[in-house]
Write a protein that binds this ligand. Sequence first.
Ligand code: FNR
Length: 363
Amino acid sequence: PHLHSLISAADFQEVARHTLTPKAWAFYSSAATDLVTYGMNKSIIRRIMFRPRVLRDVKTVSIKRKVLGCESSTPFFISPAAMARMAHPDGELALARGAGDEGIVHCISSNASYPLSSIVKAGNADQTFWLQLYVNSDRGKTEELLRKAAALGIKGIFVTVDAPVPGKREADERIAAENVASAISGAVASNDKKGGGMGRLMAAYVEKSLIWEDISWIKKVSGLPVVLKGVQSAADAMMAARFGADGIFLSNHGGRSLDGAQPSILVLLELHRICPDVFDKLHIYIDGGFERGSDILKAIALGATAVGVGRPYLYSLTYGKEGVEHLTQILKDELETSMRLCGITDISQAHPGLLNTSDIDHM
Ligand code: FNR
């Protein structure tokens, strides 16, 4: 279909389902075992209802947001996802160019298919990139990558903490892996007797013995703000503040790690109940199942600084850079419409009073 006939993130998913190779579709769309967390990420967001206000002059709206000290045209960004080249020859280069032209942040995966320097150079000179980090069990390699990231002007390190081992993604295991390698981590996908699970095969290098004390090492080596990606409880949010993290990223890896883990939005609500002070101490990011501007508005109203969007951007890559831009415009438009219909004109005005969460408050 023609790009401009697509009007929602779901439309991109439908096109991707029919145009990606069976392996790329399996790798991108899959989640752990019974897909419980994957499904609930989406369904629980939708059980939060709005409590819109009226008669508030909503002619002009602004969705600009400061994220980790950088200006972004939106309170959402591209979540890190491996091997974008399986969707389009330009892979992460197209993500970078699309993000640059739309003024949004791109968090680059440690398992990207292009080298870090090529991705950064593909974008505009003043564009913001973050780097997602899987710590290598060869710590020297991680130090090298962190220094390179700092030298390239990356603005933040997002250390993934929810995947010391990969989850079991059965749709991905059942199809033989394509012969691919990450140009950043060097991880290769080569089938073994368990199957062809790309996520699993490319995780062999990931350090399994990472602990809280390692956060200060990552901060010191990179000299950059450090955000922990994959925090899933108030208890760990408090630990993150105590151990000097700059931020937390509430995420369950899009349901790809521990199946049965609670949806990210429930973790956000848990922070309000158990440790509301972390909102003053930490930047709070969130992802998992956000596919609509209205979904994004709900998380911002609950105190998130910004929302990550994962799979929809991979699917948008079936149209290359133009797809990335068009999806971004759709999300911007949906967000602005939702804000106007809620009676707010600046994203900073979003607050919990705009929501009715009673359906999920006791989950
Ligand atoms: C991911 N994700 C991920 N996370 C990470 O920290 N490093 C990575 O390399 C990857 N790779 C990856 C590949 C693919 C194909 C997917 C779908 C996801 C997880 C990603 O950052 C994010 O947390 C989820 O995708 C968010 O959920 P949604 O938006 O896909 O529902």
